[in-house]
Design a protein around this ligand. Structure first.
Ligand code: ADP
Length: 437
């Protein structure tokens, strides 16, 4: 815009200066010629002399009579007539627009030897130049728009390229979990140095986090271990006092029973915490071997029946084999059966189903208990998550049972899922790999 404005100014100045120059020369030339020729002939000679293409010059006497005029004025006839009929013209050359044409106009007195001859009028047609300027302006605008678009495109591409590593970083960071904090690293090959530096700082932070996480696991593991031993002794003493003392009154017996059950509950919690801390840090060794699940399921069911006086049915059409750690899988089944018993009525049935589907062994623990609402189903495997906190005391759990189950099943290469409907019961499904033949 500035360039076209400047070009326009230059064009106007050039034309006005040109007309101004002719206007100042005009009286001198007239005087020169009138010394040799009659005044009117001198005027005509001067006009012919100063005439250039596109310039119309004419002189009128003070009473308006046309004394002389240039001959080769090539503007349209009507415009010429209109211009010549104009009474007043500016004393300084100025640009005017008539319809779609542009002119520089000038009108000034012609004084020769102190005598006023009349008025000289000059009209310079600058339409062609003005049109050229307009088309130059149009081309410049198009070039500017194109250049700006190309530049913006290039900048956008560059920004996209610069942001790509950040996008990669966010994707990599998004999949880092507490379990793989130790090995997690952001690796960027093609990235600006600033982003690489950021990735480096991020990696350093990850390793510090990993250390802190490891320390915390160690702490939980140590505390659980240190507390479990004295608590087991306390619980043993309490049980022996309860068994042996014959002279306890009802209140004393109730207090001792409460203390025993609380000690048992806490030992259970500490054991769960210890199991999880060990599994997290990889200290639990899983002895994976081919197992017949039918025997294991019957063992777990028998064990649970013995402690609860409830009947548990094992259903299987055939022997189902899987690769797993015997003890850990038994612990998993007992935890699930224990939950099925805790969250259903004593006369509700509990079924353990075994099945082989494709290349997987499937174990289902089904109950017809309270069920789990949909919004809780994805969270019950989290540590310390309990659906109904108010039942914590009566059911005796801490919300760690399913977290342990999930950790164990996944470490054995399997998966666990739940399907449940409030009031209708729950089905916990474990899928394990079968032995490769
Ligand atoms: P808890 O020790 O509290 O039982 P779990 O981790 O074993 O902890 O279970 C977490 C929560 O999942 C429980 O508080 C309970 O609300 C719900 N839950 C687990 N198993 C069942 C089940 N078979 N039926 C209904 N709810 C269950």
């Amino acid at each position: 815009m500035w360039t076209t404005w400047k070009m326009q100014q230059i064009l106007i100045t050039t034309h006005t200066q040109n007309v101004e120059y002719i206007a100042t020369r005009f009286p001198r030339d007239v005087q020169l010629y009138s010394e040799m020729l009659p005044v009117e002939a001198g005027l005509q000679k001067t006009i012919d002399n100063v005439s250039v293409p596109g310039l119309l010059v004419w002189v009128r006497s003070s009473n308006g009579k046309l004394l002389a005029q240039s001959t080769d004025f090539n503007s349209e006839l009507t415009t010429t007539t209109q211009l010549m009929s104009m009474a007043e013209m500016p004393l300084k050359p100025q640009v005017y627009q008539f319809k779609d044409r542009y002119f520089v106009l000038y009108g000034g007195a012609v004084v020769v030897k102190g005598l006023l001859l009349g008025k000289v009028y000059m009209v310079q047609d600058i339409t062609a130049d003005q049109h050229e300027l307009m088309s130059a302006r149009q081309s410049l605008t198009i070039v500017c728009i194109l250049a700006t678009s190309v530049m913006m495109g290039a900048i956008a591409l560059r920004i996209r390229r610069s942001l790509q590593p950040l996008h990669e970083m966010s994707q990599m960071a998004g999949v880092i979990s507490a379990e793989d904090l130790g090995e997690a690293k952001l690796l960027l090959r093609h990235a600006p140095s600033e982003v690489k530096q950021l990735a480096q700082t991020f990696n350093m932070m990850l390793s510090r986090l990993s250390e802190a996480w490891e320390q915390q696991r160690q702490f939980v593991s140590n505390v659980s271990h240190e507390l479990r031993t004295p608590l087991t002794i306390v619980s043993g003493y309490l049980q022996s006092v309860l068994r042996r003392s014959t002279n306890l009154n009802d209140n004393q017996r109730e207090a001792l029973e409460t203390a025993t059950s609380e000690a048992e509950r806490t030992i259970h919690l500490l054991q769960d915490l210890l199991d999880l801390a060990r599994a997290d840090s990889g200290y639990i060794h899983f002895h994976l071997e081919p197992l017949i699940l039918n025997d294991l399921a019957i063992e777990a069911a028998t064990m649970a029946e013995k402690f609860s006086n409830r009947s548990i049915t094992v259903k299987a059409t055939d022997n189902v084999e899987a690769v797993a750690d015997r003890d850990r899988l038994q612990q998993v089944l007992i935890n699930l059966i224990d939950n099925a018993m805790k969250y259903s009525d004593p006369d509700d049935s509990i079924i353990l189903e075994l099945e082989r589907i494709d290349r997987q062994a499937v174990i289902r623990v089904c109950d017809r208990g309270v069920g789990i609402a949909l919004q809780h189903q994805s969270r019950i495997f989290e540590r310390f998550y309990r659906v109904d906190e108010s039942r914590a005391r009566s059911t005796g759990g801490h919300g760690l049972g399913l977290a342990i189950v999930k950790t164990f099943v996944e470490t054995m290469g399997g998966e666990i899922a739940v399907r449940s409907k409030p009031g209708a019961g729950s089905v916990f499904t474990i899928v394990l790999p079968i032995p490769q033949k």
